[in-house]
Design a protein. Structure first.
Length: 125
């Protein structure tokens, strides 16, 4: 049902070698996202940090905290498999206001096995 509606509104799944099949993109809007239904970030994310947006008759959408998105990107970066994720984490960090820095420090440490922290989000000069 959700996937049908996403397609109806112009979102598509990238396909082909090297493309994630979990993500959805809208080429015209220049945005993309992933729909997940399994355990939230391996059970490490605090469910109280999830924001639920009520969409009236269309239901509701749950959005994970930016702190968890940043920590997830840092984990991917720290794994060595996705060096570009550091840039994504830094960009999101720069865009967000009012972040729970103590929570984010803990989540980054969990995602990177203690190898990274908030100090790694400062853009290099």
């Amino acid at each position: 049902m959700l996937e049908e509606q996403l397609a109806r509104f112009g979102f598509e799944r990238p396909s082909g070698p090297g493309k994630s099949t979990r993500g959805w993109i809208h080429r015209e809007l220049g945005m993309g996202f992933e729909v997940v239904s399994d355990t939230l970030l391996g059970g490490l994310a605090d469910r109280a940090m999830v924001r639920v947006l009520e969409l009236g008759d269309d239901g509701a959408v749950a959005i994970i905290a930016p702190e968890d998105i940043i920590a997830d990107r840092m984990g991917q970066y720290a794994s060595g498999s996705a060096p570009e994720m550091l840039g994504q984490a830094r960009a999101l960090y720069a865009l967000c206001e009012g972040l729970d820095l103590a929570y984010m420090e803990r989540r980054i440490s969990e995602e990177t096995a203690g190898s990274h922290g908030l100090q790694d989000l400062a853009n290099e000069a």
